[in-house]
Ligand binder design. Structure first.
Ligand SMILES: [Zn+2]
Length: 339
């Protein structure tokens, strides 16, 4: 399926499904589209129930929390086999997640189609090493609902250098990585630079720029405030924004801390303030990293508490329209473009 040729009604249907519920007493809930929740990892590799996992993203909380959509990465741990993640492991994760989505309300199956009353889903890769040298596999994964493509996780692979390895942080894309990235954008898939080394991130953003398509960082913050290699430099945020992409704010304290490893709600607000001033509100989104083994900031410990961030952003002076852009509209612009 070519996502860039999806009919207009597809995206319009998605937006209609995201219309806020009728106002109740108290502050309105802002709809949420989260670009990164590791339910697949908890369910497939940690033996946790899909509907509740560790408690950070429980199915029964989603309606109350205002969640209208979520991207679920098909993450495969490095130690899954002696040779690392294999194609059969991606297949296994996909089969597990698809089966769980089928039987777990309120989730819809992956894609931008109409899903009134349901939580829309999309899939992503957080490490696509098994596809190295196999770009012919890509159309199948796009058709299955993989929307964001991160080539690498915390260790270098056949495609790319990782931000997680100090010795090779300047290692960029391999020839196979460039080939796969170009295949992804040609199919209308979205490149995701979270976890990539600085050099690989620069190269991925450049591939998106040349192709004229958005590139995202699904779950990363600004390094200018939180000096961690998983975060983005201001130059990278500017380049990524110039493609029309978004930065999904990560709630892991380690990626928000200005020094040390602890952070709080005010650090999330500071990230919003910084990125908004740098590139504009159109390039901010949410990529909580819930269920990914994170240590969330106090007060934002699970999806049911995320409206606390909306309240803090109102107090910061953001308009309701801006908070909506961060919480779901910018993410949807990238996930379901109206073409
Ligand atoms: Zn991650």
């Amino acid at each position: 399926m070519n996502w860039r040729r999806l009919p207009v009604w597809c995206a319009l249907g998605a937006i209609a499904a995201l219309t806020p519920p009728s106002l109740e007493a108290g502050p309105a809930r802002v709809p949420i589209v989260d670009l990164h929740v590791d339910l697949s990892y908890q369910y497939t590799y940690q033996g946790k129930p899909f509907e509740s996992a560790t408690g950070e993203f429980r199915a029964r909380d989603l309606e109350r929390a205002g969640v209208r959509g979520v991207v679920l990465p098909l993450y495969v741990p490095r130690d899954v086999s002696s040779e690392g993640p294999r194609l059969q492991d991606l297949e296994h994760s996909y089969a597990r997640v698809f089966g769980a989505l089928l039987k777990t309300p309120p989730y819809a199956l992956p894609g931008c189609g109409r899903a009134a009353g349901k939580v829309q889903t999309w899939l992503s890769f957080e490490g696509a090493g098994p596809l190295a040298g196999r770009p012919e596999e890509l159309p199948l994964w796009v058709a299955r609902g993989v929307r964001l493509f991160g080539l690498v996780h915390s260790y270098d692979n056949e495609l790319s250098g990782s931000s997680g390895q100090v010795a090779s942080r300047q290692k960029g894309l391999s020839a196979a990585g460039r080939e796969l990235a170009q295949g992804i954008v040609a199919l209308g898939g979205v490149l995701d630079v979270s976890h990539a080394s600085d050099r690989a991130a620069d190269e991925l953003i450049e591939i998106g720029r040349i192709a004229g398509v958005p590139v995202v960082a699904s779950h990363s913050n600004a390094r200018a405030l939180a000096p961690h290699p998983r975060n983005l430099t201001d130059a990278q945020i500017r380049a990524l924004a110039a493609t029309g992409g978004v930065v999904g704010l990560n709630l892991h304290q380690r990626f928000l801390a200005r020094r040390g490893s602890t952070a709080e709600l005010s650090d999330v607000v500071a990230q919003v303030r910084h990125i908004r001033r740098l590139v504009g509100i159109e390039h901010l989104a949410l990529g909580t990293d819930f269920e990914g083994g994170i240590r969330p900031v106090p007060g934002l410990g699970n999806i049911a508490e995320l409206q606390t961030l909306a309240t803090a952003l109102r107090e910061e002076g953001l308009a309701e329209r801006e908070i909506e852009q961060i919480f779901y509209k910018n993410a949807l612009r990238v996930l379901c473009p109206a073409r």
